[in-house]
Write a protein that binds this ligand. Structure first.
Ligand code: TTP
Ligand code: MG
Length: 396
Protein backbone atom coordinates (compact mmCIF):
# COMPACT_ATOMS: atom_id res chain seq x y z
CA UNK A 1 0.00 0.00 0.00
CA UNK A 2 1.27 3.48 -0.78
CA UNK A 3 2.44 5.27 2.34
CA UNK A 4 0.72 8.45 3.45
CA UNK A 5 3.01 10.81 5.28
CA UNK A 6 1.88 14.13 6.71
CA UNK A 7 4.32 16.90 7.58
CA UNK A 8 2.94 19.62 9.84
CA UNK A 9 4.78 22.88 10.43
CA UNK A 10 3.30 25.66 12.54
CA UNK A 11 3.25 29.13 10.99
CA UNK A 12 5.62 31.70 12.53
CA UNK A 13 5.32 29.60 15.65
CA UNK A 14 6.72 31.68 18.54
CA UNK A 15 5.40 34.92 17.05
CA UNK A 16 1.96 33.40 16.43
CA UNK A 17 1.74 32.26 20.06
CA UNK A 18 2.62 35.80 21.19
CA UNK A 19 0.04 37.32 18.86
CA UNK A 20 -2.58 34.87 20.06
CA UNK A 21 -1.95 35.74 23.70
CA UNK A 22 -1.84 39.49 23.18
CA UNK A 23 -4.43 40.74 20.65
CA UNK A 24 -2.60 44.09 20.46
CA UNK A 25 0.18 42.29 18.58
CA UNK A 26 -2.08 40.86 15.88
CA UNK A 27 -1.47 42.14 12.39
CA UNK A 28 1.77 43.77 13.60
CA UNK A 29 5.43 43.05 12.80
CA UNK A 30 6.38 40.96 15.83
CA UNK A 31 10.00 39.91 16.23
CA UNK A 32 10.72 37.25 18.86
CA UNK A 33 14.29 37.07 20.08
CA UNK A 34 14.94 39.80 22.57
CA UNK A 35 15.27 43.53 22.93
CA UNK A 36 15.75 45.52 19.77
CA UNK A 37 19.40 46.32 19.14
CA UNK A 38 20.55 43.85 21.78
CA UNK A 39 23.22 41.27 21.00
CA UNK A 40 20.75 38.45 20.51
CA UNK A 41 19.32 36.70 17.53
CA UNK A 42 15.87 36.56 15.95
CA UNK A 43 14.10 33.33 16.89
CA UNK A 44 11.29 34.06 14.49
CA UNK A 45 9.31 36.92 13.02
CA UNK A 46 5.60 37.26 12.27
CA UNK A 47 4.69 37.25 8.59
CA UNK A 48 4.08 41.01 8.89
CA UNK A 49 7.73 41.45 9.95
CA UNK A 50 9.04 39.15 7.24
CA UNK A 51 7.85 41.68 4.65
CA UNK A 52 10.69 43.87 5.91
CA UNK A 53 13.21 41.09 5.37
CA UNK A 54 13.40 39.95 9.00
CA UNK A 55 14.06 36.22 9.40
CA UNK A 56 15.03 33.57 11.93
CA UNK A 57 18.71 33.51 12.96
CA UNK A 58 19.28 37.13 11.95
CA UNK A 59 21.08 39.35 14.49
CA UNK A 60 18.53 41.52 16.31
CA UNK A 61 20.54 44.60 15.42
CA UNK A 62 20.07 43.83 11.75
CA UNK A 63 16.37 43.12 12.35
CA UNK A 64 16.01 46.52 13.99
CA UNK A 65 17.78 48.17 11.08
CA UNK A 66 15.36 46.57 8.64
CA UNK A 67 12.22 47.02 10.74
CA UNK A 68 12.57 49.74 13.42
CA UNK A 69 8.82 49.79 13.95
CA UNK A 70 8.88 46.07 14.85
CA UNK A 71 7.67 44.91 18.25
CA UNK A 72 10.57 43.06 19.84
CA UNK A 73 9.77 40.35 22.38
CA UNK A 74 11.98 38.01 24.44
CA UNK A 75 11.17 34.34 23.80
CA UNK A 76 9.19 32.46 26.41
CA UNK A 77 10.31 28.88 25.83
CA UNK A 78 8.31 27.51 28.70
CA UNK A 79 5.14 28.77 27.07
CA UNK A 80 6.08 27.49 23.59
CA UNK A 81 6.99 24.06 24.86
CA UNK A 82 3.63 23.82 26.63
CA UNK A 83 1.86 24.70 23.38
CA UNK A 84 4.05 22.12 21.61
CA UNK A 85 2.83 19.42 23.94
CA UNK A 86 -0.73 20.40 23.09
CA UNK A 87 -0.01 20.25 19.36
CA UNK A 88 1.71 16.88 19.65
CA UNK A 89 -1.25 15.57 21.66
CA UNK A 90 -3.49 16.36 18.70
CA UNK A 91 -1.11 14.44 16.40
CA UNK A 92 -0.98 11.48 18.77
CA UNK A 93 -4.74 11.15 18.48
CA UNK A 94 -4.40 10.13 14.82
CA UNK A 95 -1.32 7.89 14.86
CA UNK A 96 1.35 6.57 17.23
CA UNK A 97 3.88 7.20 14.44
CA UNK A 98 4.70 10.84 15.21
CA UNK A 99 8.28 12.07 14.72
CA UNK A 100 8.71 15.57 16.14
CA UNK A 101 11.52 17.40 14.34
CA UNK A 102 11.34 20.44 16.57
CA UNK A 103 8.85 22.21 18.79
CA UNK A 104 6.60 23.16 15.90
CA UNK A 105 7.16 20.50 13.30
CA UNK A 106 6.43 16.78 12.95
CA UNK A 107 6.01 13.91 10.55
CA UNK A 108 3.01 11.65 10.97
CA UNK A 109 2.67 8.31 9.21
CA UNK A 110 -1.09 8.02 8.79
CA UNK A 111 -1.09 5.09 6.33
CA UNK A 112 -2.76 2.84 8.86
CA UNK A 113 -4.99 5.54 10.34
CA UNK A 114 -7.17 6.03 7.31
CA UNK A 115 -9.55 3.16 8.04
CA UNK A 116 -10.42 4.71 11.36
CA UNK A 117 -10.27 8.45 10.61
CA UNK A 118 -10.97 8.75 6.89
CA UNK A 119 -8.47 9.48 4.13
CA UNK A 120 -5.26 11.39 4.74
CA UNK A 121 -6.62 14.68 3.40
CA UNK A 122 -9.51 14.48 5.83
CA UNK A 123 -7.09 13.76 8.67
CA UNK A 124 -4.89 16.71 7.66
CA UNK A 125 -7.86 19.06 7.45
CA UNK A 126 -9.10 17.85 10.83
CA UNK A 127 -5.67 18.46 12.37
CA UNK A 128 -5.62 21.98 10.96
CA UNK A 129 -9.15 22.63 12.24
CA UNK A 130 -8.32 21.36 15.71
CA UNK A 131 -5.14 23.43 15.89
CA UNK A 132 -7.21 26.48 14.95
CA UNK A 133 -10.17 25.76 17.20
CA UNK A 134 -8.41 24.40 20.27
CA UNK A 135 -5.19 26.40 20.15
CA UNK A 136 -6.11 29.41 18.00
CA UNK A 137 -3.01 28.90 15.81
CA UNK A 138 -2.42 27.98 12.19
CA UNK A 139 -0.34 25.21 10.71
CA UNK A 140 0.77 24.33 7.20
CA UNK A 141 0.52 20.73 6.13
CA UNK A 142 2.05 18.67 3.36
CA UNK A 143 0.81 15.21 2.39
CA UNK A 144 2.86 12.87 0.23
CA UNK A 145 3.99 9.25 -0.11
CA UNK A 146 7.23 10.01 1.73
CA UNK A 147 8.95 12.37 4.18
CA UNK A 148 10.97 14.28 1.63
CA UNK A 149 7.96 15.20 -0.49
CA UNK A 150 5.73 15.88 2.51
CA UNK A 151 8.23 18.36 3.95
CA UNK A 152 8.57 20.17 0.65
CA UNK A 153 4.79 20.21 0.29
CA UNK A 154 4.11 21.81 3.68
CA UNK A 155 6.34 24.71 2.69
CA UNK A 156 4.71 25.40 -0.67
CA UNK A 157 1.67 27.37 0.49
CA UNK A 158 2.69 28.77 3.86
CA UNK A 159 0.99 30.14 5.94
CA UNK A 160 -2.15 28.08 6.55
CA UNK A 161 -1.46 25.81 3.58
CA UNK A 162 -2.54 22.27 2.78
CA UNK A 163 -0.73 20.75 -0.18
CA UNK A 164 -1.02 17.19 -1.46
CA UNK A 165 1.71 15.76 -3.63
CA UNK A 166 1.02 12.52 -5.44
CA UNK A 167 3.71 10.73 -7.46
CA UNK A 168 2.24 12.12 -10.68
CA UNK A 169 2.61 15.71 -9.37
CA UNK A 170 6.37 15.51 -8.84
CA UNK A 171 7.33 16.87 -12.25
CA UNK A 172 4.95 19.80 -12.04
CA UNK A 173 5.24 20.76 -8.37
CA UNK A 174 8.70 19.62 -7.26
CA UNK A 175 10.97 19.73 -10.27
CA UNK A 176 10.80 23.53 -10.73
CA UNK A 177 12.05 24.09 -7.13
CA UNK A 178 15.64 25.12 -6.39
CA UNK A 179 18.15 22.41 -5.46
CA UNK A 180 18.65 24.32 -2.20
CA UNK A 181 15.30 22.94 -1.03
CA UNK A 182 16.82 19.48 -0.81
CA UNK A 183 17.98 18.29 2.58
CA UNK A 184 21.71 18.18 2.83
CA UNK A 185 22.31 20.53 -0.08
CA UNK A 186 24.06 23.46 1.55
CA UNK A 187 25.33 26.58 -0.17
CA UNK A 188 28.61 24.96 -1.18
CA UNK A 189 26.98 21.95 -2.83
CA UNK A 190 24.47 24.24 -4.54
CA UNK A 191 27.39 26.27 -5.85
CA UNK A 192 29.10 23.19 -7.26
CA UNK A 193 25.85 22.07 -8.89
CA UNK A 194 25.38 25.54 -10.32
CA UNK A 195 28.76 25.22 -12.02
CA UNK A 196 27.26 22.26 -13.90
CA UNK A 197 24.18 24.37 -14.60
CA UNK A 198 22.04 22.28 -12.26
CA UNK A 199 19.70 24.75 -10.58
CA UNK A 200 16.42 22.91 -10.11
CA UNK A 201 15.43 19.63 -8.53
CA UNK A 202 14.23 18.52 -11.97
CA UNK A 203 17.67 19.08 -13.50
CA UNK A 204 19.18 17.15 -10.62
CA UNK A 205 16.75 14.28 -11.16
CA UNK A 206 17.79 14.04 -14.80
CA UNK A 207 21.53 14.11 -14.14
CA UNK A 208 23.43 10.84 -14.22
CA UNK A 209 23.94 9.78 -10.57
CA UNK A 210 27.64 9.06 -11.21
CA UNK A 211 28.12 12.77 -11.99
CA UNK A 212 26.44 13.64 -8.70
CA UNK A 213 28.56 11.25 -6.65
CA UNK A 214 31.64 12.97 -8.04
CA UNK A 215 30.42 16.28 -6.60
CA UNK A 216 28.54 15.19 -3.52
CA UNK A 217 30.16 11.88 -2.61
CA UNK A 218 27.94 8.98 -1.61
CA UNK A 219 25.19 11.47 -0.77
CA UNK A 220 24.92 12.11 -4.55
CA UNK A 221 23.09 8.84 -5.17
CA UNK A 222 20.66 9.59 -2.37
CA UNK A 223 20.05 13.09 -3.67
CA UNK A 224 19.33 11.67 -7.11
CA UNK A 225 16.69 9.38 -5.63
CA UNK A 226 15.14 12.20 -3.60
CA UNK A 227 14.98 14.45 -6.65
CA UNK A 228 13.06 11.65 -8.36
CA UNK A 229 10.65 11.57 -5.44
CA UNK A 230 12.03 8.35 -3.95
CA UNK A 231 12.55 8.27 -0.17
CA UNK A 232 12.08 5.14 1.91
CA UNK A 233 12.97 6.61 5.29
CA UNK A 234 10.45 5.60 7.91
CA UNK A 235 8.78 7.95 10.37
CA UNK A 236 10.63 7.17 13.59
CA UNK A 237 9.08 8.33 16.87
CA UNK A 238 11.88 9.86 18.97
CA UNK A 239 11.64 7.18 21.59
CA UNK A 240 13.23 4.86 19.00
CA UNK A 241 15.87 7.31 17.75
CA UNK A 242 19.63 6.90 18.26
CA UNK A 243 20.31 10.61 18.51
CA UNK A 244 18.36 13.84 18.74
CA UNK A 245 19.79 17.03 17.33
CA UNK A 246 18.92 20.44 16.03
CA UNK A 247 20.87 23.00 14.03
CA UNK A 248 20.54 26.51 12.71
CA UNK A 249 21.88 27.91 9.47
CA UNK A 250 22.49 31.65 9.71
CA UNK A 251 21.30 34.16 7.18
CA UNK A 252 24.78 35.69 7.36
CA UNK A 253 28.09 34.34 8.66
CA UNK A 254 28.52 34.88 12.40
CA UNK A 255 31.75 35.46 14.30
CA UNK A 256 30.40 36.95 17.52
CA UNK A 257 30.74 34.37 20.29
CA UNK A 258 28.04 35.88 22.52
CA UNK A 259 25.65 35.60 19.65
CA UNK A 260 26.59 31.96 19.03
CA UNK A 261 26.19 31.23 22.74
CA UNK A 262 22.70 32.70 22.63
CA UNK A 263 21.82 30.48 19.65
CA UNK A 264 23.05 27.45 21.58
CA UNK A 265 20.47 28.21 24.26
CA UNK A 266 17.65 27.99 21.70
CA UNK A 267 19.05 24.79 20.28
CA UNK A 268 19.56 23.22 23.72
CA UNK A 269 15.98 24.02 24.64
CA UNK A 270 14.72 22.39 21.50
CA UNK A 271 16.82 19.25 21.87
CA UNK A 272 16.04 18.98 25.60
CA UNK A 273 12.35 19.29 24.95
CA UNK A 274 12.41 16.51 22.38
CA UNK A 275 14.44 14.21 24.62
CA UNK A 276 12.08 14.69 27.55
CA UNK A 277 9.03 14.27 25.40
CA UNK A 278 10.41 10.95 24.22
CA UNK A 279 11.41 9.89 27.74
CA UNK A 280 15.09 9.78 26.75
CA UNK A 281 18.40 10.94 28.17
CA UNK A 282 21.79 11.00 26.47
CA UNK A 283 25.43 10.93 27.48
CA UNK A 284 27.23 12.39 24.48
CA UNK A 285 26.83 16.02 23.47
CA UNK A 286 28.07 16.97 20.02
CA UNK A 287 28.60 20.46 18.73
CA UNK A 288 28.56 20.90 14.98
CA UNK A 289 30.10 23.97 13.39
CA UNK A 290 30.16 24.82 9.71
CA UNK A 291 32.60 27.59 8.83
CA UNK A 292 32.04 30.27 6.22
CA UNK A 293 34.15 28.21 3.82
CA UNK A 294 31.75 25.26 4.39
CA UNK A 295 34.32 23.21 6.25
CA UNK A 296 32.31 21.38 8.88
CA UNK A 297 33.57 19.98 12.15
CA UNK A 298 31.91 18.13 15.00
CA UNK A 299 33.26 17.99 18.54
CA UNK A 300 31.81 15.72 21.21
CA UNK A 301 32.00 15.22 24.90
CA UNK A 302 30.74 12.16 26.73
CA UNK A 303 29.55 12.59 30.28
CA UNK A 304 29.46 10.00 33.02
CA UNK A 305 25.72 10.40 33.43
CA UNK A 306 22.91 10.79 30.90
CA UNK A 307 21.13 14.14 30.79
CA UNK A 308 18.10 15.77 29.16
CA UNK A 309 17.77 19.11 30.99
CA UNK A 310 18.09 22.20 28.79
CA UNK A 311 20.50 23.87 31.19
CA UNK A 312 22.88 20.88 31.28
CA UNK A 313 22.85 20.41 27.50
CA UNK A 314 23.43 24.14 27.09
CA UNK A 315 26.32 24.11 29.56
CA UNK A 316 28.07 21.26 27.73
CA UNK A 317 27.51 22.85 24.33
CA UNK A 318 28.94 26.17 25.56
CA UNK A 319 32.00 24.34 26.92
CA UNK A 320 32.52 22.72 23.52
CA UNK A 321 32.14 26.10 21.83
CA UNK A 322 34.61 27.71 24.20
CA UNK A 323 37.26 25.09 23.58
CA UNK A 324 36.76 24.70 19.85
CA UNK A 325 35.74 28.09 18.48
CA UNK A 326 38.73 30.34 18.21
CA UNK A 327 36.81 33.34 16.93
CA UNK A 328 39.02 33.65 13.86
CA UNK A 329 36.63 32.16 11.31
CA UNK A 330 32.93 32.97 11.12
CA UNK A 331 30.24 30.28 11.16
CA UNK A 332 27.43 29.51 8.74
CA UNK A 333 25.79 26.87 10.86
CA UNK A 334 25.79 25.63 14.42
CA UNK A 335 24.08 22.57 15.85
CA UNK A 336 23.75 20.41 18.95
CA UNK A 337 23.14 16.66 19.00
CA UNK A 338 22.66 14.42 22.00
CA UNK A 339 23.44 10.73 21.45
CA UNK A 340 24.17 7.66 23.52
CA UNK A 341 20.48 7.65 24.32
CA UNK A 342 18.78 5.51 26.90
CA UNK A 343 15.23 5.40 28.08
CA UNK A 344 14.71 7.23 31.35
CA UNK A 345 13.15 4.23 33.03
CA UNK A 346 16.27 2.17 32.25
CA UNK A 347 18.46 4.76 33.96
CA UNK A 348 16.05 4.73 36.82
CA UNK A 349 16.56 1.01 37.31
CA UNK A 350 20.32 1.51 37.48
CA UNK A 351 19.93 4.50 39.75
CA UNK A 352 17.64 2.62 42.04
CA UNK A 353 20.03 -0.36 42.33
CA UNK A 354 22.87 2.02 43.12
CA UNK A 355 21.03 3.84 45.88
CA UNK A 356 19.72 0.62 47.29
CA UNK A 357 23.32 -0.59 47.66
CA UNK A 358 24.32 2.66 49.28
CA UNK A 359 21.44 2.62 51.70
CA UNK A 360 22.26 -0.85 53.06
CA UNK A 361 19.02 -0.71 54.90
CA UNK A 362 17.46 -4.12 55.30
CA UNK A 363 14.17 -2.58 56.29
CA UNK A 364 14.09 -0.49 53.18
CA UNK A 365 14.85 -3.50 50.97
CA UNK A 366 12.07 -5.41 52.54
CA UNK A 367 9.63 -2.58 52.17
CA UNK A 368 10.62 -2.12 48.54
CA UNK A 369 10.32 -5.82 47.83
CA UNK A 370 6.89 -5.89 49.34
CA UNK A 371 5.63 -3.00 47.29
CA UNK A 372 7.28 -4.30 44.14
CA UNK A 373 5.88 -7.75 44.47
CA UNK A 374 2.46 -6.29 45.06
CA UNK A 375 2.34 -3.76 42.25
CA UNK A 376 4.96 -4.98 39.82
CA UNK A 377 8.67 -4.34 39.53
CA UNK A 378 8.55 -0.76 38.31
CA UNK A 379 6.22 0.82 40.81
CA UNK A 380 8.79 2.19 43.21
CA UNK A 381 11.52 3.06 40.77
CA UNK A 382 9.05 4.98 38.67
CA UNK A 383 7.94 7.11 41.58
CA UNK A 384 11.57 7.95 42.32
CA UNK A 385 12.15 8.83 38.73
CA UNK A 386 9.43 11.41 38.88
CA UNK A 387 10.88 12.98 42.03
CA UNK A 388 14.39 13.02 40.66
CA UNK A 389 13.22 14.55 37.41
CA UNK A 390 11.20 17.24 39.09
CA UNK A 391 14.20 18.33 41.04
CA UNK A 392 16.55 18.31 38.11
CA UNK A 393 14.42 19.88 35.44
CA UNK A 394 13.86 23.25 36.92
CA UNK A 395 13.18 24.76 33.53
CA UNK A 396 9.97 22.87 32.90
P1 TTP B 1 10.33 27.40 11.90
O1 TTP B 1 9.24 26.41 11.66
O2 TTP B 1 11.56 27.30 11.07
O3 TTP B 1 9.77 28.87 11.70
P2 TTP B 1 8.37 29.48 12.08
O4 TTP B 1 7.42 28.45 12.59
O5 TTP B 1 8.58 30.62 12.99
O6 TTP B 1 7.85 30.06 10.71
P3 TTP B 1 7.33 29.26 9.42
O7 TTP B 1 7.40 27.80 9.74
O8 TTP B 1 5.93 29.73 9.22
O9 TTP B 1 8.24 29.66 8.31
O10 TTP B 1 10.78 27.34 13.42
C1 TTP B 1 9.86 27.11 14.48
C2 TTP B 1 10.23 27.92 15.70
O11 TTP B 1 11.55 27.59 16.11
C3 TTP B 1 10.23 29.40 15.45
O12 TTP B 1 8.95 29.99 15.66
C4 TTP B 1 11.25 29.90 16.42
C5 TTP B 1 12.20 28.76 16.59
N1 TTP B 1 13.45 29.00 15.82
C6 TTP B 1 14.52 29.60 16.49
O13 TTP B 1 14.44 29.88 17.69
N2 TTP B 1 15.66 29.87 15.76
C7 TTP B 1 15.76 29.57 14.42
O14 TTP B 1 16.80 29.85 13.81
C8 TTP B 1 14.64 28.95 13.76
C9 TTP B 1 14.72 28.62 12.29
C10 TTP B 1 13.52 28.71 14.51
MG1 MG C 1 7.16 26.65 11.57
Amino acid sequence: MERKIIHVDMDAFYAAVEQRDNPKLRGKPVIVGGKAQSRGVVSTASYEARKYGVYSAMPLIEAYRRCPQGIFIAPDHKKYSKVSYEIMEIFNHYTPLVEALSLDEAFLDVTGSQKLFGDCEKIAQEIKNRIKLELDLTASIGIAPNKFLAKLASDLEKPDGLVVINPEDIKKKIWPLSVKKLWGIGGKSAQKLLELNIKTIGQLAQTNPSVLTKILGSWGREVHLLANGIDHRPVVPEREAHSIGHETTFSEDIINKDFLTRVLLDLAQDVGWRLRRAGLKGKTITLKMRYHDFKTITRSHTLTEEINGDDLIYKEAVKLLNTNFSGEKSLRLIGITVSGLVKEDQIQRQFSLFTEKEDKSEELYQALDKINSKYGRKTVTRARLIKKENKKNTTF
